[in-house]
Design a protein around this ligand. Sequence first.
Ligand code: UD1
Length: 371
Amino acid sequence: MRAAVVAVSKKLMSTHIMHVVGARPNFMKAASTLQALARRNNIRQSLVHTGQHYDANMSDVFFQQLGLPEPDVNLAVGSGSHAQQTAEIMARFEPHVLNEKPDLVLVYGDVNSTVAAALVCAKLRVPVGHVEAGLRSFDRMMPEEINRVLTDQLADLLFTPSSDANENLAREGIPAEKIHFVGNVMIDTLVRLLPRCEEHLPSGLPQLYALVTLHRPSNVDDPEWLEQLLQTLSELSCHLSVMFSIHPRTRERLRECKSRVGADGKLRLHDPFPYLQFLALQRRAAVVSTDSGGIQEETTWLGVPCLTVRENTERPVTVSCGTNLLIGRETDRLREEVDRILSGSKKTGQVPPLWDGCAAERIADIIVQAF
Ligand code: UD1
């Protein structure tokens, strides 16, 4: 009886932190934060999956490999237009928040789930923490940029991965006391799991290969440009193996444009890889080409050259300090840079400040202090 009373009063005293994830890049960020908070006293955590990403190879396998607990609730929103998806997340998340009354809701990155959850909480006056705050591409054509700006305006605690993010937030009038430069939580997960990734390396891997991912609307929703990119990758695959991990959005677009590129088997098209396999592949790659945000960061930490098929990046530290190069919409430049790398002249870089595997620990300390 006495034990039960103690348990109940402990539960009453504990701070309830609710994490909201929805899309693939959120999972790696939430994993390290959940684990760091689990090491603190008097914290109760719950996990909400919005279901923005629902394919097993975009979600379930990440939960398993990252050691994420089963979500307490899955809102199962699925796909839709931006407005539909965002609105659906809000409508399904609001009753859950009203019911659970969390003390703090943590949102991650820049996906639709991030801004939808932040907006619900702001209206209910539930404090919000934004992990990976302050990043800016200054390109409002990117849906993620809109999500970033709005989420940061709504958040009460803003955890930044790099000093440029602090400058962006200051410029947008966010009070300094809300902003905490903690480092990169995605790198925490990389540091933790890197020793385990080699055993997940796919068999029959070529000695020399390029690893490619492309899924941004700016690259895959324009059929002519997509065809041009595929043609270039196909040409490159005469010099080195090209492994192209195909995101569901890209798969759909390829089906729509009925591209014949890749049909000759030189360019290898793969379903999305699980986290550990993809990490192992990045580490061994001669070069990575991508339009993803997280991969620009991971390659910088790994010291692997990264050619980003975008005009801009919200992660400028990967260019100024790391191994990343923006190649824009120039396929000639992509060919030239790959040639340069293959001839042994690759950009070397450094690991940015506070990308040390301890960012989530800093977040946990700040949250404990705040509550
Ligand atoms: C989302 C994020 C993007 C992130 C990316 C990583 C937004 C605005 N964008 O983009 O920032 O880099 O995730 O993956 O939130 N689909 C499936 N199965 C899935 C998920 C999606 O088939 O599990 C299909 C859907 O049919 C949809 C398309 O992929 O049409 C795009 O999915 P969506 O979640 O809308 O955006 P992403 O392009 O994945």
